[in-house]
Design a protein around this ligand. Structure first.
Ligand SMILES: [Zn+2]
Length: 48
């Protein structure tokens, strides 16, 4: 599988759902390697 954020080829990716305008129809799923996934999780919690 390929990470959508850094483009690296990794054995395991995590699915991340990006919400835009709190509208489910605009949500899209991307796949991140563990590194990018943790970075995203951190920035999301930091923004709240
Ligand atoms: Zn990545």
């Amino acid at each position: 599988m390929k990470c959508d954020t850094c483009g690296r080829e990794v054995p395991v990716v995590k699915r991340v759902v990006i919400r835009e305008n709190y509208d489910r129809t605009l949500s899209r799923a991307i796949y991140n390697c563990p590194d990018c996934y943790q970075k995203k999780a951190k920035t999301q919690t930091a923004g709240k």
